[in-house]
Write a protein that binds this ligand. Structure first.
Ligand code: AMP
Ligand code: MG
Length: 496
């Protein structure tokens, strides 16, 4: 059985619209995540039932569920929109997972709500498969993310440029509270609701600061720290979220909303995949800057709670932004040094790191494999410390046309490695340098097979490969490779 709680639905009415999902014509389960069901401690038997499929399609409502569409606002590409909200999603309720953590269960693509504006409230199968692949891939890489529990086809068409099969994704998240949720109440001058929301968030996500005298300031710092860690992880894995609007930034610090996101193959800091991001606002290398911008938005919503006088409050906001900046820079650098197997944040190591990035950029070397092959070299050095005899050296150098520069860099890098501890270093490198990421050409192939031919075998295969991104999986080595052409003209789309 499944029993839900509804703490968010118990908040004042201004927070949501009470609304049931719109029933669909014919619910057909196309994917269910039993591993996640086990991990959460949910009842597997129940999720194998016909009733569960009807619930995951929104055709049936559990007695314990009080479905709602959540209200939020947001800065989209820098412009404030005072009302967004769940225009095509419904929160079914919450449950406590096996580890004792409260989780949201939400249906996405579940029909129109008060917040739909001109939208149809529905989702097409392609983007839901995409969210499933990417969110699960991030999770298995060790990056906090909302999770995907199931996908059902609706038996109905959704109309975009052409008719497409409709689908509903069931998403599990620590919560769906966003920076934009705070902005929603500020836009309305509703200070009471803002305080209620803030206290709810502290209680639900940051209980450790509840008793602090300056708990509102500490909340900003806690959220800033979570985001600094998250965004630096994205960048250290070559991930580009693509639409870091404040309504897509989760207060809990999970990756959320996977419209135009994608992993970069060949290193270029200016990489943008989103078809609507004309000025590169959300480009790969701009993500730290944007996260800071978003944290500023978040901190500014709490001005009235921070201090009785405006100047003191504004100074605290500035302090929080600096705190973010510092945490982000540190987290990004330590993450990369870890990927290189270098412990110390010394001048020498920073220089090595910068040189590698320059080289990768100049040659548009594959981001993921550059690091992975360094791991492989280190693994060999643990057995035999002679770099010139390491077989993986060629794999690494082949990523660069200018062999000589790559060789020189390798030489400098290996002389900085503590070879007495090569075994341990190689172990820790192999935990942060994946062999398999969700490469765009593989993701597209899997989605197209499923979408056009109703053949989910590629999708299943990709999900399985990406669930073990650090393992060698020699049979699937092709999936670790970038596309043949370095001319990346891959485009992703929002509003799906
Ligand atoms: P997103 O770009 O997915 O972050 O969505 C931005 C806003 O548009 C949110 O308020 C969504 O609920 C809303 N939205 C996106 N697609 C639809 C749709 N098909 N129908 C209604 N609302 C939508
Ligand atoms: Mg969104």
């Amino acid at each position: 059985m499944l029993s839900l709680e509804n703490t968010y639905a118990k908040l004042p009415e201004a927070f949501f619209e009470k609304i049931n999902p719109e029933p669909v014509k014919k619910a057909e389960l196309v994917k269910i995540n039993y591993d996640l069901i086990d991990e959460l401690g949910l009842d597997k038997k129940f999720f194998k039932s016909k009733e569960a499929v009807e619930i995951l399609a929104g055709n049936k409502i559990l007695a314990s569920s009080e479905p709602i569409a959540q209200a939020y606002a947001g800065h989209q590409f820098g412009h404030f929109v005072p009302q967004l909200g769940d225009g095509r999603a419904v929160l079914l309720g919450e449950f406590i997972d096996k580890s004792g953590a409260r989780r949201d269960m939400q249906l996405k693509g579940s029909g129109q709500t008060r917040f739909s504006r001109a939208g149809d409230g529905r989702a097409a199968i392609g983007p839901m498969l995409r969210e499933y692949i990417i969110s699960e891939a991030l999770h298995h890489l060790g990056i906090p993310s909302t999770r995907s529990l199931s996908i059902v086809k609706t038996g109905e068409k959704v109309y975009r440029e052409r008719p497409l099969d409709g689908a509903i994704l069931c998403r599990v998240a620590s919560s769906h509270i966003r920076v934009g949720t705070f902005e929603y109440f500020v836009a309305r001058g509703d200070n009471e609701s803002l305080k209620t929301l803030t206290d709810y968030v502290i209680d639900r996500h940051y209980l450790e600061i509840e008793k602090d005298e300056n708990k509102y300031f500490n909340l900003i710092k806690a959220v800033a720290e979570k985001q600094a860690s998250l965004v630096s992880k994205w960048m250290n894995f070559g991930f580009i979220h693509g639409v870091m609007n404040t309504d897509n930034m989760s207060i809990s610090g999970e990756s959320i909303d996977f419209g135009p996101c994608a992993f970069m193959n060949f290193y270029n800091p200016a990489t943008v995949f989103s078809s609507i991001d004309h000025y590169g606002r959300y480009a790969y290398a701009n993500q730290g800057h944007i996260a800071k911008w978003n944290i500023n938005c978040f901190a500014s919503t709490l001005l009235n709670l921070l201090a009785p006088d405006e100047n003191t409050a504004k100074n605290l906001v500035m302090e929080a932004i600096e705190f973010f900046q510092d945490k982000f820079a540190k987290s990004l650098r330590t993450g990369i040094l870890e990927k290189l197997g270098l412990k110390e944040d010394s001048d020498e190591n920073r220089k090595l790191l910068l040189q590698l990035f320059e080289l990768m950029e100049m040659e548009r070397a594959d981001f993921t494999l550059s690091f992975r092959y360094l791991s492989d070299i280190c693994e060999e050095l643990a057995q035999n410390p002679k770099l010139e005899e390491a077989k993986s050296k060629k794999k690494f150098c082949d990523l660069f046309e200018n062999d000589e520069q790559a060789q020189n860099w390798l030489q400098n890098w290996s002389s900085e490695l503590d070879l007495n501890q090569a075994e341990a270093i190689s172990q820790s490198m192999s935990k942060v340098n994946p062999l398999f990421i969700a490469r765009n050409h593989n993701v597209e192939k899997a989605i197209e097979h499923a979408r056009r031919e109703n053949d989910f075998s590629e999708f299943e295969k990709l999900i399985s490969i990406l669930s073990k991104p650090y393992e060698k999986q020699n049979n699937y080595i092709d999936y670790s490779l970038p596309p043949e052409s370095k001319e990346e003209n891959y485009q992703t789309f929002c509003g799906t």
